[in-house]
Design a binder for this molecule. Structure first.
Ligand SMILES: [Zn+2]
Ligand SMILES: [Zn+2]
Ligand SMILES: [Zn+2]
Length: 138
């Protein structure tokens, strides 16, 4: 998996130590290929790391997302994380709020608001579309 390999390289260059546990978390996220909560991650890690706390998991996932290895969102007040789905840089998502399935949206809508924003300076923006994927609609 090329993307996982790249994520591990990014981790190697960061301040974070490469531990078996961190590698396992990334393996899970890159094979699931959808948004997972820290709670769901704990379920996946239960067998190999029964003692791991949700806080530790959350902290690690958050650090990964600061390294842009992961993407982060919030569904009903809970944080979710997924492997960065794109090597094409800036993009947005359709996210299934039921199962975390994601469709990458390659167009960025920020340009449409240029006139309304005027001379103010945009430093960041969020644009996410939530709904139910075709699987969850059945
Ligand atoms: Zn993405
Ligand atoms: Zn779904
Ligand atoms: Zn954008």
């Amino acid at each position: 998996m090329a993307l996982l390999k790249r994520a591990l390289e990014t981790l190697e260059k960061s301040q974070l130590k490469i531990t078996e546990r961190r590698v396992r978390m990334l393996e899970i996220l890159y094979s699931e290929d959808r948004y997972l909560s820290a709670k769901e991650m704990k379920m996946h890690l239960k067998e190999d790391y029964p003692g791991i706390s949700p806080d530790t998991i959350y902290r690690n996932l958050h650090s990964f997302s600061e390294l842009t290895i992961l993407e982060e969102t919030e569904i009903s007040g809970e944080k979710y994380f997924r492997a960065n789905c794109s090597s094409n840089g800036h993009h947005h998502h359709f996210i299934c709020s039921e199962c975390g399935y994601t469709i990458e949206l390659t167009e960025c809508p920020i340009a449409y608001f240029k006139d309304q924003i005027g001379d103010a300076q945009v430093t960041s923006h969020r644009f996410e579309v939530f709904g139910l994927c075709t699987n969850c609609l059945d």
